[in-house]
Design a binder for this molecule. Structure first.
Ligand code: ATP
Length: 320
């Protein structure tokens, strides 16, 4: 595949963030879908927007794309207003909608070629189709493509114009593992070429794999934002597990640990220490083991995953 780089396309890079949302409010009748949301997407980064169903992700992204008008707050995309400056922005941004409006009878390659003609320096259509495993579907009418093929074609349409910024709303929903990997590789290539990417996803591993920055949305607001590492460090406490003979004196271990730690025997012979897990704490635990003649068969630090942090912040109940 040829580079997805901006190549020789005319650019006006600017210094402003790729996306800047301040105090965004969007209502549908009496329902407040987005409720004072702030979000900044730095240029050249991949930002993953996570949130439970109905959290306001799609509404936020569609507002940035200029498809919805804010009821309050400001939205700037590449320094421009997505509604007032829609004509200037259209050739500079790529959009993958959750459900795109298409002519079901149009053929796959024809659709991609048509999108390519709307841009002055598009990628090579045939190569892009091959790249996304659509090489044999060029003459297939859209309605006859499988769901995953339709999704990949929509992705191809979002990037064929070599955009500066791409919005991908659930780009890998319904894709098989191979197509998911191909999509991830494409996102990585876009990033390597300096393209800014905003993606929504329900897959935590996708966010961990791809995102420089993660924004977790709940109830129409950003409840946490940071790199996956920052979020995993900052959220729930981590823990350390070790094995030993059953019935060790946990109270004496607790006395040796810093004041804000916890220690428990979870099941016979399996112990968990919670708190600030740092090299000092590890040394304290191992020296306590030595003093008590305990040789752990296993000792492991358990870090919280993005999914743990997500559930901790947004709760475990199902959303409407
Ligand atoms: P999902 O993960 O399910 O895609 P989301 O985070 O993208 O959810 P939105 O689609 O932005 O959430 O929806 C936010 C809220 O606004 C939901 O309660 C939804 O039912 C409501 N909503 C969205 N679009 C409309 C609309 N056109 N009319 C009325 N309510 C809407």
């Amino acid at each position: 595949m040829p580079s997805t780089s901006p190549g020789d396309a005319p650019r006006s890079p600017g210094r402003e963030p790729a996306v800047e949302v301040v105090g965004l409010v969007k209502r549908y009748g009496s329902k407040t879908a987005v409720d004072g949301l702030d979000l900044t997407v730095a240029r050249g980064t991949v930002t993953a927007v996570l949130g439970p169903n109905g959290a306001g992700k799609t509404t936020t992204v569609e507002t940035c794309e200029g498809y919805r008008r804010p009821d309050a707050g400001q939205v700037r995309v590449l320094g421009l207003d997505p509604v007032a400056d829609a004509a200037a922005l259209r050739p500079r941004i790529g959009v993958l909608l959750q459900s795109g409006g298409v002519y079901p009878g149009a053929r796959a390659e024809e659709m991609l070629r048509h999108t390519a003609t709307l841009h002055s320096h598009p990628l090579d259509v045939v190569t892009l189709m091959e790249r996304l495993g659509l090489g044999s579907c060029g003459r297939t009418p859209y309605r006859r493509l499988s769901g995953g093929q339709q999704q990949r074609l929509a992705l191809a349409m979002a990037v064929v114009g070599r955009p500066e910024l791409v919005f991908l709303d659930e780009p890998t929903a319904g894709l098989d593992p191979q197509a998911r990997r191909a999509t991830w590789d494409l996102v990585r290539e876009l990033r390597a070429d300096g393209v800014s990417v905003v993606l929504t996803t329900h897959f935590m591993d996708e966010a961990e794999q791809l995102a420089d920055d993660v924004a977790i949305i709940d109830g129409g607001k950003v409840v946490a934002q940071g790199s996956p590492e920052e979020l995993c460090k900052g959220g729930a406490e981590n823990s350390l597990r070790f094995t030993g003979r059953p019935g060790l004196d946990v109270a004496s271990l607790l006395k040796a640990l810093p004041a804000d730690s916890a220690a428990a025997e979870l099941t016979a012979g399996i112990y968990r220490v919670q708190g600030r897990i740092d090299p000092q704490l590890l040394a304290t635990v191992t020296s306590w083991c030595a003093q008590n003649g305990v040789m752990p068969d296993a000792i492991a630090v358990e870090r919280h995953t993005l999914e743990d942090v997500f559930l901790e912040l947004t709760g475990k109940e199902l959303r409407a």
